[in-house]
Design a protein around this ligand. Structure first.
Ligand code: NI
Length: 227
């Protein structure tokens, strides 16, 4: 399931992130890729764990905390610190799957990457190419969003970033370990949650059907959640 959140960051917060990134050094993106992905990866990144990455990352983590759609779609257990990349003209990332297990920088801890997220930090009219293409069972989806919007997709999916032909595309990307490992179960819970929100607008909260649906949601979550 692909989920888009419009305006996760305000335009002000996008500008703040970009100002921090402008003062940061950029390194070869191959640094954080496995051997196979490194051969497919041609981009630049802010060093993982650097002061700039932490500072801009905090702006994003705060925004996630106030986004009920992120909680509903991802059911996050742990979010890795956001990372930042940049594709200049000629750069691209060919088809790959993100690594399953990631080390948490500065902590003796690893997490399982269940959900991948890309947050756009450049307006689409400022560059050509640079679409994020995600393949799932329904075919491939090409994604290019306004600055401040985020796309959430299963970390199990094959994806690529098409070559940039003009301008420069900046974005943040990060992984989340979900309480629900399986994408199908996570999708079901998200769809049920969205349906309950709609039903509650039509029924009163004392209506037994509304209460029964909410109970069903929590009891499925209780049955499936891993912490
Ligand atoms: Ni990737």
């Amino acid at each position: 399931m692909l989920v888009r959140i419009t305006g996760l960051l305000s335009k002000d917060e996008v500008a703040q992130c970009r100002a921090i990134l402008e003062s940061s050094p950029w390194i070869d993106g191959k640094t954080t890729a496995g051997e196979q992905a490194a051969n497919a990866k041609f981009n630049l990144q802010i060093p993982e764990g650097s002061a700039e990455a932490m500072q801009a990352g905090d702006i994003i983590l705060r925004a996630l905390g106030r986004a009920p759609m992120f909680t509903s779609a991802v059911l996050p257990l742990r979010v890795l610190p956001p990372m930042f990349n940049r594709y200049d003209a000629g750069m691209k990332f060919e088809a790959h799957v993100d690594g399953a297990i990631r080390a948490v920088p500065g902590a003796n801890m690893r997490l399982r990457a269940d959900v991948s997220s890309t947050l756009f930090l450049t307006e689409p009219e400022d560059y050509d190419g640079g679409e994020l293409v995600v393949e799932d069972t329904y075919g491939s989806h090409s994604v290019k969003l306004p600055a401040g919007d985020i796309i959430i997709y299963p970390a199990t999916s094959l994806h690529n970033v098409t070559p940039i032909t003009r301008g420069s595309r900046w974005s943040s990307f990060f992984w989340t370990q979900s309480m629900i490992r399986d994408d199908g179960q996570r999708t079901q819970l998200h769809e049920l949650d969205m349906a309950i929100i709609q039903v509650r607008q039509k029924l009163t909260d004392s209506d037994r059907a509304s209460v029964a649906l909410t109970s069903h949601y929590h009891n499925l979550l209780r049955r499936w959640a891993e912490m």
